[in-house]
Design a protein around this ligand. Structure first.
Ligand code: DGJ
Length: 309
């Protein structure tokens, strides 16, 4: 699979799983993401600046045993076509779906950025399912801890505690909000980190007791330089370190933007979206291995191809 390009599933159809995540459950990999398989429209941010969008279709799921051959499992959460007030109405924004499995409840919990077309709501939506292939039932939308929330991810720590990482204060600062034990809400505890650093697209992992967060800058669909931050605990004082990308076009994250970091067979991989703002449904993907150095630095060189594991 050529990194940076749109990939096809085992039936030869474009994979529609943007802003997504990959989790492993019972030996199978599940890739969830935004289905953007519709024609572009133009919307306006609250700031007045124009932005391309597609109507909400839903959240796709694909499965694979080798992270290369992906079978389409369908839409696990569908848009709402009738109720304009519903957070999943086709006219809204539903981005960056992240799924975590809750061992205690046996439920799969899906968090996503939900918004109005002008990004003025700035909240999250939560849905649950008994099965990784859905269907997911939408539970609620909220502005977590009364803090605006745009790009986000969910990170499940080693002890089973899960956290919502979300850009807040109009993307100026990152919040890390602890989830309730069943992962369906925030529990009220949060810390604000990377104050005034204007980072979005958070992707988080932990290795050997150090936590790492890769983020992008805030330039809408346009690429910019990634940065990584690290911290010895999830709720601590995160410190921005450097751009982890190496080689040509590293200053533009190889024309991609972070969506998620997953672990496969003891190694960590960064998923990138390569947005095509003129035709969002053709936005591409990359998966790049992450090297963690002994002095807690991340190195991510470009690779032309994703060869799986
Ligand atoms: C950048 C974000 O990372 C994307 O998820 C999307 O919200 C675009 N901005 C919209 O411009």
């Amino acid at each position: 699979m050529k990194n940076g390009q749109i990939w096809q599933d085992v039936d030869g159809n474009d994979i529609q799983a943007h802003g997504g995540c990959i989790i492993k459950h019972n030996g199978l990999y599940y890739w969830y993401g935004e289905n953007k398989g519709a024609d572009n429209k133009i919307a306006r941010f609250v700031t007045g600046q124009t932005v391309s969008r597609v109507d909400v279709i839903g959240i796709s799921c694909y499965t694979s045993t080798d992270l290369l051959n992906w079978k389409y499992e369908g839409l696990v959460l569908e848009s709402n076509k009738d109720d304009e007030a519903h957070p999943l109405h086709t006219s809204k924004v539903v981005e960056r779906p992240k799924v975590v499995y809750n061992e205690k409840t046996g439920k799969f919990v899906l968090w996503m950025h939900v918004d109005r077309a002008d990004y003025s709501y700035a909240g999250v939506g939560v849905a649950i399912s008994d099965s990784p292939t859905g269907p997911f039932t939408f539970l609620h939308a909220m502005v977590p801890n009364k803090q605006d929330s745009r790009d986000m991810t969910v990170y499940k720590d080693k002890d089973g505690t899960a956290y919502l990482f979300h850009s807040k204060d109009r993307n100026k600062t990152m919040n890390i909000a602890r989830l309730t034990e069943d992962y369906t809400n925030v529990d009220g505890f949060y810390v604000s980190v990377l104050a005034d650093q204007e980072r979005e697209a958070p992707a988080v992992f932990e290795k050997d007791g150090m936590y790492y967060m890769v983020t992008s800058g805030c330039t809408s669909w346009d690429p910019n330089a990634a940065l990584f931050a690290c911290c010895p605990c999830v709720n601590g004082k995160w410190k921005l370190i450097d751009n982890p990308c190496r080689g040509e076009n590293a200053d533009k994250t190889f024309f991609g933007q972070s969506s998620y970091i997953f672990e496969a067979e003891g190694k960590f991989y960064l998923m990138l979206d390569h947005w095509q703002p003129e035709n969002l449904k053709k936005s591409g993907y990359s998966i790049l291995p992450i090297e963690v150095t002994d002095d807690n630095c991340l190195l991510i060189p470009w690779q032309e191809e994703w060869l799986g594991i």
